[in-house]
Design a protein around this ligand. Structure first.
Ligand code: ASP
Length: 342
């Protein structure tokens, strides 16, 4: 084995692992042990490649915080045995899982590469083959025995992205993911061209895993004409601790007094409200317009250039740690895993 590199492929479900049933033609998950039959090329890698399959496999639309905890458990228990991890996952919620895992795996010093596909591996034109093979190469890549990409990443259609910077942007094109506010960590053509300056350097500290996510969070997505009843009901959800307020442009909201008063009341009750823009590129700058400044003045915190997926999972992670609202505000406002600008 070249450098004795060993990798673990974790199969959670999703389109990538589907093959048509021989009789009915309907797509069904294939037995992972058959992966070598589907991809005989795998045998040619000079690495030790092992598999771990979830049971049951899930469509990623069914992913839950409990499922993320199971994934980090699998990684934690095998962390010392492998040089890198590849997670096969449905594309629908891959950006949420990648964001959640990035927070839950503190001091990660090994690659965790999520990938999947738009067409099942069992289909002739599947994009899964290339996505999986390149993910394996990236997970195994080392310079001076140090992994090149020791982050939670998504590899999809020629690009390696920081996982907590991504969103799914197409349900039909092969380039299904975007990272609007952070450059790709690598671009793949004939060679894998790493963007070394953009990749987090390993800190060689001991991995620290979070096993709790608190889902007492909600979202309020603004739209012109949103009713008082809608806003009131969301802000009064029982047990609500954190709210992602999806605002316009650079973090602006309607300025109607009833709206600002309702937010102020929720903040006074200890709800942490984060201002996250509906735009896929660009940042919240709360002091740019009066419509944003008024939010800052009542204690809404800026999500800067964080993605929606990262904002939701970061709140779950911070409340899962048992932090007080003030501590959550403090940590939310700073980059923890490169998920937002400093
Ligand atoms: N619904 C599937 C999933 O997310 C779609 C996919 O894998 O691309 O599991």
């Amino acid at each position: 084995m070249e450098n004795n590199i060993s990798l673990l492929i974790i199969y959670t479900g999703g389109t990538i692992g589907m093959i048509p049933n021989e009789k009915t033609g309907a797509l069904e998950p294939f037995n992972f042990e058959n992966l070598y039959n589907q991809l005989p090329t795998l045998k040619r890698y000079p690495y030790q490649i092992d598999f771990y399959s979830f049971d049951p496999l899930i469509d990623s639309s069914d992913v839950t915080p409990e499922f993320w905890i199971k994934i980090v458990d699998v990684i934690e228990q095998r962390y010392e045995h492998y040089d890198g991890f590849i997670i096969l996952h449905g594309t629908d919620t891959m950006a949420y899982t990648a964001s959640a895992l990035s927070f839950m795996l503190e001091n990660l010093n090994k690659p965790v590469i999520l990938t999947g596909s738009q067409l099942p591996l069992g289909m002739l034109r599947s994009d899964g083959r290339e996505n999986l093979l390149t993910s394996i190469e990236i997970a195994a890549a080392q310079i001076d025995e140090t992994p090149v990409a020791p982050e939670v990443c998504i590899y999809f259609q020629d690009f390696l992205f920081r996982g907590n910077r991504t969103s799914k942007n197409s349900s039909e094109n092969f380039d299904a993911f975007q990272s609007g506010n952070y450059p790709p960590l690598a671009a793949v053509g004939i060679d894998v061209k790493y963007n070394f300056d953009s990749i987090i350097k390993p800190n060689f500290k001991k991995l620290k895993v979070s096993h709790r996510m608190d889902n007492n969070v909600a979202t309020l997505k603004l739209f012109p004409g949103i009713s008082q009843a809608t806003v009131r009901s969301i802000l009064h959800i029982e047990g609500l601790k954190g709210l992602v307020l999806e605002t316009y442009g650079s973090g602006n909201s309607l300025s109607a007094p009833w709206f600002i008063e309702m937010l102020q009341d929720a903040i006074n009750r200890g709800v942490v409200i984060a201002d996250v823009t509906q735009c896929k590129r660009g940042s919240v700058i709360m002091h740019k317009y009066q419509a944003g400044l008024q939010l800052a003045e009542i204690g809404v915190i800026s999500g800067a250039d964080i993605t929606y997926e990262s904002a939701v999972t970061k709140l779950m992670y911070l409340f899962g740690k048992g932090y007080s609202p003030d501590e959550v505000k403090k940590y939310f406002a700073m980059p923890l895993r490169g998920e937002m600008m400093a």
